[in-house]
Design a protein around this ligand. Structure first.
Ligand code: CP
Length: 336
């Protein structure tokens, strides 16, 4: 389902504002920083996310998750509700797609009901681009993860977490560990880390899961976990994406855990103040030890909380772009 058009011409309007959010690739530092700063404006001093804001009153957001999700789907729903939008959670399994209705026909029907935004997760890389190319001009599309391609809001909440806990990006060394090959999170995060000027990016994992061409994105590759972890400020563990592995890329999960599982002993190679992150869902005893996942260096659950604020930021920015476009075309019509 890969799209033919380059995403930048799709996701930005003529003034460089976020119209759809499909990928972090190609977005500049100013725009990524604007997303982080807007997310910060949705955080309260006590570390909780703002409970209610009227910014998207009258806006209808449809969540279309063709692939399983806990964190992304629910935090998008919470984000939309906290911005006062109306939310449609489409259950794909009980929708009329099971009777043969095409994806595009379903979208046309949701547009006819007045949907303003589609939040889309799909197993096919390029699905969000495909939809963004075909929706009516007043509808925004937000990619909630497409195949191995991109998971831009996850990357933004990871970047938010790093900035919140470790300060400016430039002096930091950040390691991403595990199944880089199949990870849309790693791809989106790499673009974001590079654009925001992180000092050093390391990718750690077995040769089968860390392709050498990732060096072209400005990362250093390590096949020995202990070497790669040395003095890092941020350790981001990834899940083994077994559902995307079409051949035996690993001897066994036990062997993977022995070599690349994050245990308390291995974490000792990182900087003493290093934080531990994971996008979830975590596989305890496969990529991370419970003692580390639940320990005082872990910010894994903070990431989930920040995800609400980051998704509020993305939804409100895309809605604002849409509002500007509509009022430019129809000055007499009030939207939202
Ligand atoms: N991190 C993430 O995308 O989690 P979910 O699959 O639960 O949404």
């Amino acid at each position: 389902m890969m799209s033919s058009r380059p995403p930048q011409s799709l996701q930005l309007d003529a003034n460089g504002r976020l119209k759809h959010f499909l990928t972090t690739e190609g977005l500049d530092k100013t725009l990524l920083t604007e997303i982080l700063d807007t997310a910060e404006s949705f955080m309260e001093e006590d570390g909780q996310v703002v409970k209610k804001a009227p910014l998207l009153q009258g806006c209808t957001i449809a969540n279309l998750f063709f692939e399983a999700s806990t964190r992304t789907r629910t935090t998008f729903e919470l984000a939309a509700k906290r911005l006062s939008a109306d939310v449609l959670n489409i259950n794909i399994n009980t929708s009329s797609t099971s009777k043969g209705e095409t994806l595009l026909d379903m979208l046309r029907n949701l547009e006819a009901m007045g949907s303003d935004m589609f939040v889309v997760r799909h197993a096919d890389s390029g699905a969000a681009n495909f939809i963004a190319e075909r929706v009516t001009p007043q509808v925004a599309v937000i990619n909630a993860g497409d195949g191995r391609h991109a998971h831009p809001t996850q990357a933004m909440l990871d970047l938010y977490t790093i900035r919140k806990h470790k300060g400016p990006f430039e002096p930091l060394t950040v390691a991403i560990v595990g199944d880089i090959l199949h990870s849309r999170v790693a791809r989106s995060l790499l673009h974001g880390l590079k654009t925001l000027g992180v000092g050093e990016i390391r990718l750690i994992g077995p040769r089968t899961l860390v392709p050498a061409h990732f060096q072209e994105l400005g990362a250093k590759i390590y096949y020995r976990f202990e070497n790669g972890l040395k003095d890092v400020d941020v350790v981001i563990m990834l899940r083994l994406q077994k559902e995307r592995m079409d051949s035996a890329l690993l001897p066994s999960e036990d062997e993977f855990y022995r070599l690349y599982g994050l245990t308390r002993e291995k974490l000792a190679f990182a900087h003493p103040n290093a934080i531990v992150m994971h996008p979830g869902p975590i596989n305890r005893g496969v990529e991370i030890e419970s003692e580390v996942a639940d320990g005082n260096r872990s910010v894994i659950l903070n990431q989930v909380t920040y995800g609400i604020a980051v998704r509020m930021a993305v939804l409100s920015m895309a809605a604002h772009t849409r509002l500007n476009t509509l009022t430019a075309r129809q000055p007499s019509r009030l939207e939202f």
